[in-house]
Design a protein around this ligand. Structure first.
Ligand code: ZN
Ligand code: ZN
Length: 171
């Protein structure tokens, strides 16, 4: 009769491996936004958005249920720019104070120095970039400002890239 010897070290290693697989599965089940390429081009309207959009990016994971398609579809600049920050950004040495307290909607604090004041995507999402502890006010970047030339009146015309200035497409 074969005797199977209980090997504590081996059992622990097997458990650890199983835990790792579970962790990996949990990670793989995290929903993500396919935005590593130029998918957000139709949503990036400001010069700041277009500048960060041009950088190489990755797809963006988010916490289940925290982002709805309609929110991206709303074109709200803080949503779009938050996703772009997550996609183009890096992990700071330490997460910002706000993310340390509560991570949402993204499971990771990421920021892109030189863009949006270096604020992280989680703070940018509710348009609170200037409250992010990573925010650096000396970078001359304002929130999305649509610049109007001096002879513009109150009628805001959005001129898509490629449209001639004298023949704008009115949205
Ligand atoms: Zn953060
Ligand atoms: Zn932050």
């Amino acid at each position: 009769m074969a005797v199977v010897r209980w090997d504590a070290a081996q059992a622990a290693a097997a458990l650890a491996a199983a835990a790792l697989v579970l962790q990996q599965q949990a990670l793989e089940q995290q929903p993500f936004l396919l935005v590593g390429g130029q998918q957000l081009a139709p949503y990036a309207h400001s010069p700041q958005s277009r500048a960060i959009l041009q950088l190489p990016g990755v797809d963006v994971v988010f916490i289940m249920g925290r982002i709805r398609p309609a929110q991206i579809g709303s074109h709200r600049p803080s949503y779009i720019n938050a996703v772009l920050i997550q996609s183009r950004g890096v992990r700071p040495v330490r997460p910002c104070v706000q993310c340390t307290n509560r991570l949402s909607p993204f499971p990771e604090c990421r920021h892109k120095p030189g863009h949006f004041g270096g604020a992280c995507g989680n703070c940018k999402w509710p348009d609170r970039g200037s409250h992010c502890s990573l925010w650096t006010a000396d970078i001359n970047e304002e929130e999305d400002v649509v610049e109007l030339s001096s002879d513009d009146d109150d009628d805001l015309q959005i001129i898509p890239v490629g449209a001639a200035a004298q023949n704008p497409i009115q949205l």
